[in-house]
Design a protein around this ligand. Structure first.
Ligand code: ASP
Length: 264
C-alpha cells in the first residue's frame, strides 16, 4: 500500500506508466495460507488495488474481478476513486507515442546507463509469514508500460504472479508477465519445493523453464522469489539486477537474487 501511494513510482499504483492509449490500469492479488485468494485486474482510478483484491477474497464468493465490474464492486464496497495527473507521466507517454514502438525490456531502474528502454516494469511482490508460521502473499503493479489497452499480466493471476500454499510455501514473480503466465511460474516454484527442491533451486528451475520454452529469448527479465514454510527463502532471475528485501525480527536488508545472465 505504501508503494501504491508513492506517486514517484512508475511501475506500481496510480503513478505508474500508462498503456498505449494513456490509461493507467492496475493489477493486484492476494492469497493466504489456506489458498483463499482475491484478485483485481484492468482496474483504473483506485489507489489501493491490493486492498480491493483482499476485499474480493474476504467478502465475495469469487477470486477475480476485472475492469468496469471490479470498479463498480469497489465503489459499492467502500472504496473511492482517485484521479491523479502527473505531468512527467504524460510527457513520457507522449514521447513514446512518437514511435509507438513496444518492446518489453528488463527492469529499467536497475539497468546500467543506456541499457534500459521505455517499458518500465517492476511489480511489488510480497511473501509473509506470521509468528504462528501462517503464510500469505500479494502482488501489485501497473503492469508493463505502453501495453495494449486491456492487457493483463501475470501479477493478478493466482499461480502465475503469486502462489501460496501454507503446506509448502509461497512464491511470487516479476518481469515480463507473458513469460510467467505461459509457464505458470509461481505455482511451478511452489510445486518444485513440494517435491523437495530448495527455494533457490526451485526459482532457478522455473527461470530455466522460461528460457527452455522461449529459445532465443533476450533482453527480457523474469525473477522469482520463494519462501518455504520453514522460513528458508531464495530468489533467481534471468538477468542481474533483481533484488529483494528481507525483514525479520532481527534483519532488514536488501539482497541480490542469483541470475543466469549479465548485461552484455
Ligand atoms: N509482471 C508484471 C506484468 O507483466 C510487470 C512487472 O513485473 O513489473 O504486468
Amino acid at each position: 500500500m505504501v508503494v501504491e501511494s508513492d506517486m514517484s513510482n512508475r511501475s506500481v499504483g496510480l503513478g505508474g506508466l500508462p498503456d498505449r492509449d494513456g490509461h493507467v490500469t492496475l493489477d493486484a492479488c492476494i492469497q493466504d495460507h489456506d489458498c483463499r485468494a482475491g484478485s483485481v485486474a484492468f482496474l483504473e482510478h483506485f489507489e489501493h488495488p491490493v486492498s480491493i483484491a483482499r476485499a474480493v477474497m474476504e467478502r465475495t464468493p469469487h477470486v477475480m474481478l476485472v475492469g468496469e465490474g471490479a470498479a463498480q464492486w469497489a465503489l459499492a464496497n467502500g472504496f473511492s476513486e482517485r484521479t491523479v495527473r502527473i505531468p512527467e507521466v504524460t510527457e513520457r507517454w507522449k514521447e513514446w507515442l512518437r514511435t509507438s514502438e513496444y518492446r518489453p525490456g528488463v527492469n529499467n531502474e536497475n539497468a546500467p546507463a543506456g541499457k534500459g528502454d521505455a517499458t518500465d516494469h517492476d511489480t511489488i511482490g510480497m511473501l509473509a509469514m506470521d509468528a504462528q508460521g501462517r503464510m500469505a502473499g500479494s502482488c501489485t503493479t501497473s503492469g508493463l508500460a505502453f501495453k495494449i489497452h486491456g492487457r493483463v499480466g501475470d501479477s493478478p493471476i493466482i499461480g502465475a504472479g503469486l502462489f501460496v500454499d501454507g503446506d509448502v510455501g509461497a512464491a511470487c514473480a516479476t518481469g515480463t508477465g507473458e513469460l510467467v503466465m505461459r509457464t505458470a511460474g509461481s505455482h511451478s516454484v511452489v510445486e518444485l519445493m513440494r517435491q523437495g527442491m530448495e527455494p533457490l533451486e526451485a526459482c532457478r528451475e522455473a527461470v530455466d523453464r522460461v528460457l527452455r520454452k522461449h529459445p532465443g529469448l533476450t533482453g527480457q527479465q523474469v525473477g522469482f522469489l520463494a519462501l518455504r514454510r520453514d522460513g528458508a527463502f531464495g530468489a533467481h532471475s534471468i538477468y542481474n539486477g533483481f533484488n529483494y528485501a528481507i525483514t525479520t525480527a532481527d534483519r532488514h536488508e536488501l539482497q541480490d537474487a542469483a541470475f543466469v545472465r549479465t548485461w552484455q
